[in-house]
Design a protein around this ligand. Structure first.
Ligand SMILES: Nc1ncnc2c1ncn2[C@@H]1O[C@H](COP(=O)(O)OP(=O)(O)OP(=O)(O)O)[C@@H](O)[C@H]1O
Ligand SMILES: [Mg+2]
Length: 355
C-alpha cells in the first residue's frame, strides 16, 4: 500500500478502501507531494509516493486546479486528454479533504475517471445545449430590446412602430423556425435506424420542389436548369423527408449563390456510390458564387454551423438545415458529398441507393 515515509500512517482502513477502487486515486499534501496512490494510479498513470505531482503531470491546468484546491477551494473538475500511448480522456476531480493525521493538516484527493468512450456523446450533448442557448438568446434579447423601446423612448414615435414590429416579427418567426427544425431533427434522429419503405418518384418530387421556388428564383434573377435522366427507377424512401432535403439544398443555392446566375440540377443513375458503394441515383445541385473554404466543408452539417453567422441570420437561417439533410440521407442509407471551388461554385450531391 502506498503509505508515506516518516509521517504516520494515513488511516489503514481508508487507504484499503481507496486501494480496491478501480479508478486511479491519489492524495497530496500541501506541498503537492503524493502521500498516497492506489495501485490503479501507479499502473495507469505512473504515479509514485513522495514525488511532487509536477513530476507526473506537466499539464498546467491540472497543477493550477490542484493548487487552487490546496489553497482553499473545495473542489475542481477538469477534463484531461493524455496519451498512454493511446489517447484517452480523463475526468479529473480534485477535492479538498480535511486533516488526514497530525502531520497532514490540509490535503487534496484526486480521482481520475476514464471517460474516453462516453466523452464524444456527452460533449456533443453539452455543445448542443450551449449552442442552443446561445442561438435563442440573440433573438430573445432583440425582442426584449424592441419591446422596451416601444414602451419607452419610441412610445410616441408612431412612425417607427411599423419598422420595429417588422423586425420583432422576423425574430419571432426565426425562433419558431428554429423550434420546428429542432423537432424535425429529433424526429429524423429517432427514426434513423428504420429505413423508409414508401416508393418515391424523384422526377415528380423535383418537379413539385421547382414550383415552390419559382418566385424566389426570379426575384434573384436566377434560373433552375434541370438535366435529368428520363429513365429513373422508383426508389424506396420517405417522400416528405426527401422533399425537405431538396428544398433545403435549393434554398441554400438560391440564398448563397450569386445573383443572375443559373442553378444546375443534374439527376442520373450511377453504378457506384462514393464511400458506400452499390448502384444509386445521384442528384447534384450546383450554384455559382463565392464558395466554401475547404476547412469549413466538413463542419457544414454540424448543428448551428454557418460560415457567416451574421449573413445567415439576416436571411432568417438557423444553421440546422444541413444537419437535417445529413440525417435524412443517412436514414435512406445514402451519402452526401459537398464540393466547392472558391469564388466559383458549390455543388451538393445527394446519393440514394437503389436497393
Ligand atoms: N450553396 C452554398 N454555398 C455556400 N455556402 C453554403 C451553401 N449551402 C450552405 N452553405 C453554408 O452552410 C451553412 C449551413 O447551411 P444550413 O442549410 O445548415 O443553414 P442555413 O441555411 O444557414 O439555415 P437554415 O437552412 O436552417 O435556414 C450556411 O449558413 C452557409 O454558410
Ligand atoms: Mg439552409
Amino acid at each position: 500500500m502506498g503509505l508515506v515515509k516518516n509521517s504516520g500512517e494515513v488511516s489503514d482502513l481508508n487507504t484499503h478502501i481507496l486501494e480496491v477502487f478501480p479508478d486511479p486515486v491519489i492524495l497530496l499534501n500541501k506541498l503537492r507531494e503524493v502521500i498516497f496512490r492506489n495501485q490503479a494510479a501507479q499502473d495507469m498513470l505512473d504515479i509514485y509516493v513522495d514525488r511532487n505531482l509536477e513530476l507526473s503531470f506537466r499539464d498546467p491546468i491540472v497543477l493550477e486546479a490542484t493548487d487552487a484546491v490546496l489553497n482553499g477551494e473545495k473542489q475542481r473538475e477538469i477534463e484531461l486528454i493524455i496519451s498512454l500511448p493511446v489517447i484517452i480522456t480523463l475526468q479529473v476531480r480534485i477535492v479538498a479533504i480535511g486533516p488526514i493525521n497530525q502531520f497532514f493538516k490540509t490535503a487534496a484527493m484526486i480521482v481520475f475517471h476514464d471517460i474516453s468512450s462516453e466523452s464524444i456523446a456527452e460533449r456533443m450533448r453539452r455543445d448542443f445545449v450551449s449552442n442552443l442557448s446561445h442561438e435563442l438568446r440573440s433573438p430573445i434579447a432583440s425582442l426584449i430590446g424592441f419591446i422596451e423601446t416601444l414602451q419607452g423612448p419610441a412610445k410616441e414615435d408612431v412612425g417607427s412602430h411599423g419598422r420595429f414590429l417588422e423586425i420583432m416579427s422576423n425574430e419571432a418567426q426565426r425562433m419558431a423556425r428554429m423550434i420546428d427544425d429542432l423537432l424535425s431533427l429529433s424526429r429524423v434522429e429517432a427514426s434513423e435506424r428504420m429505413r423508409p419503405q414508401q416508393t418515391v418518384d424523384i422526377t415528380e418530387l423535383l418537379g413539385v420542389t421547382e414550383e415552390l421556388f419559382i418566385s424566389r428564383v426570379q426575384r434573384r434573377s436566377m434560373r433552375l436548369d434541370f438535366d435529368m435522366d428520363p429513365n429513373l427507377p422508383i426508389l424506396l424512401g420517405d417522400r416528405d423527408e426527401l422533399m425537405e432535403v431538396f428544398q433545403n439544398l435549393i434554398d441554400n443555392a438560391i440564398k448563397y449563390g450569386q445573383e443572375k446566375t443559373p442553378i444546375t440540377i443534374g439527376v442520373g443513375l450511377i453504378d457506384c456510390i462514393p464511400e458506400i458503394g452499390g448502384p444509386g441515383i445521384s442528384i447534384s445541385i450546383k450554384n455559382k458564387g463565392e464558395g466554401i473554404k475547404a476547412d469549413q466543408i466538413s463542419r457544414l452539417t454540424e448543428r448551428f454551423y454557418r460560415t457567416d453567422k451574421g449573413r445567415s441570420r439576416e436571411m432568417g437561417g438557423t444553421g440546422l438545415g444541413l444537419a437535417i439533410v445529413k440525417h435524412i440521407i443517412s436514414r435512406h442509407r445514402g451519402h452526401l458529398q459537398i464540393q466547392s471551388k472558391l469564388n466559383k461554385s458549390t455543388t451538393f450531391t445527394v446519393y440514394l441507393p437503389l436497393n
